[in-house]
Design a protein around this ligand. Structure first.
Ligand code: ADP
Length: 485
């Protein structure tokens, strides 16, 4: 095929339910397109509620045996899954670049980082410790045990189609839960390949199911089916609200990783070169399509011109192109709608007085390619200060007063990530504590990995993924009171 996989059987194009590869009952399919070329890579079933329900039944049927394995046994199976992902990283990265568009090097980095979540949770599986609590009565003893939540569902987006799945699924499986995953329609192949490798690793049929198809119908089934005890969703705040509302009928546990509007703050005492490097990594990785990516740049008046000039230089050197070209550092956006949003934010800012320093237009390659863009003198009332662009646009705002800066940075309903560049230790602590986000990077532009708690506050979401907190989210606490002693 066009993908030139070493192992073409990793390119699965059917739903994975109860250990079987199956088409939709209706026979309907949907095309998966390569965003760089617009060409069809293949199709997947366009499933409906019935396929989602069947996958939930499969997850339910496999739960008792999976839950009853020794933690050590689940750990070994996860470890084998990790090994297979690592062994097949090149094919997985090829699939990822083809369906998502990111440069091959970034795809490979994502696959390896996704694998590290599996490795991490293989280790955490053995550490789901309970607790004993000194009892408040002489004839009683108090014990707390941890048990798997049960059948879980995951609804995932297209921007990190490998990592976002492994950090949910590996945590769930480590805890003893079984899962139904509904990946984004744009990027189903990464999810299906992961399911294939899980099966080869010996993870039993039905423990990990993947269904593709109608977002609304499947979402409704997964949120209202009483067998599903937890939903983990990554995507927009708009859809997160819908799923939260739908989940209320069965009072599901929820993990929501939603939108962000990360401020990237550069103080006058910052290492400007380091800040520029961090800014490029945080803003232009994945063509700006990351919920933790910097959305608003607040730069101190004293270093504003220097930062703008150096950032512009670096951004001009970025290479837009097809992700399979080794020279490419910025791939296409996922589609036409995404391009429209970047254009709208630029148009709005310029209309209100901003200047285009670099880029600003659709790229000459056409399709969903867009020029990496830097805007200066962006006014506070510009759309980009409130809305997530999700594209290669860095808008620079000017500040001089720390208190006003904190107020501006927190003036958003989002609270996912923030980045601060400063060498003043007092200031660093002041800002890190005052900023209303779940994650703060000091003098770094990238900070997510398997060992740390990823997640947001305010309307950016609920729960944490990765780290020991990540497995806790898939465990219930049971208090056992022993009396009559
Ligand atoms: P993004 O902007 O990242 O595409 P979305 O929230 O639109 O974010 O999509 C995230 C995931 O949620 C995708 O898999 C999408 O198909 C799915 N989705 C969109 N609408 C719904 C819905 N009403 N119910 C369930 N899932 C949905």
């Amino acid at each position: 095929s066009e993908l030139a996989l070493k192992d073409p059987t990793l390119h699965r194009d059917l739903c994975r339910i109860g250990g079987k590869w199956i088409a939709a009952d209706s026979g309907e399919t949907v095309s998966v397109l390569n965003p760089a070329t617009g060409a069809e890579i293949g199709t997947v079933p366009y499933g409906r509620a019935v396929e989602a329900r069947r996958a939930v039944e499969a997850a339910e049927a496999s739960l008792p045996a999976w839950r009853s394995l020794l933690a050590k046994e689940r750990s070994r199976l996860l470890r084998r899954w990790f090994d297979l992902v690592i062994d097949n990283q090149e094919d997985l990265a090829r699939l990822l670049t083809a369906e998502q568009g990111k440069p091959y090097r970034e795809a490979l980095a994502e696959v390896v980082s996704g694998a590290q979540f599996i490795e991490w949770f293989a280790e955490e599986a053995r550490r789901a410790y309970g607790e004993t609590i000194p009892a408040p009565a002489r004839d009683r003893r108090v014990v707390v045990i941890k048990q798997p939540v049960g059948v879980c569902a995951a609804i995932t987006p297209w921007n990190f189609p490998n990592t976002i799945i492994t950090r949910k699924a590996a945590a769930a499986l480590a805890a003893g839960c079984t899962m139904v995953i509904r990946p984004a329609t744009e990027t189903p192949y990464s999810a299906l390949a992961l399911a294939e490798l899980a099966s080869r690793a010996g993870i039993p049929d039905g423990v990990l199911n993947v269904v593709t198809g109608d977002a609304h119908e499947m979402g409704l089934e997964l949120t209202t089916n009483p067998v599903v005890r937890k939903l983990s969703f990554t995507g927009s705040t708009r859809v997160g609200r819908i799923l939260m509302r739908q989940s209320s009928s069965t009072v599901k546990k929820l993990a929501l990783e939603l939108g962000g509007n990360a401020p990237f703050i550069v103080f006058d005492d910052a290492d400007v070169e380091a800040a520029v490097e961090g800014a490029v990594a945080s803003k232009f990785r994945n063509t700006g399509q990351a919920c933790v990516g910097a959305n608003r740049f607040y730069v101190h008046d004293a270093v504003y011109d220097e930062f703008a000039r150096k950032l512009a230089e670096r951004v001009r050197a970025l290479k837009v192109g097809d992700g399979t070209d080794p020279e490419t550092t910025v791939g296409p956006l996922i589609g036409a709608e995404a391009v429209g949003k970047v254009e709208e934010h630029i148009f709005d800012a310029v209309e209100k007085g901003a200047r285009v320093l670099v880029g600003g237009r659709r790229h000459e390659f056409g399709g969903s390619f867009f020029e990496p863009t830097v805007l200066t003198d962006v006014p506070r009332d510009a759309m980009v200060s409130r809305e997530e662009t999700f594209g290669p646009l860095a808008p620079l705002f000017r500040f001089s007063d720390e208190a006003e800066l904190v107020e501006a940075a927190n003036d958003t309903e989002y609270g996912l990530a923030a980045y601060v560049y400063s060498r003043d230790i007092g200031r660093v602590w002041r800002i890190a504590e005052a900023i209303e986000t779940g994650m703060v990077g000091i003098n770094v532009g990238l900070m997510a990995n398997e060992a740390v708690p990823f997640g947001g506050i305010k309307e950016s979401g609920v729960g944490r993924e990765g780290s020991h907190y990540g497995i806790e989210d898939y465990l219930e606490v049971k208090y056992i009171c022993m009396g009559g002693l």
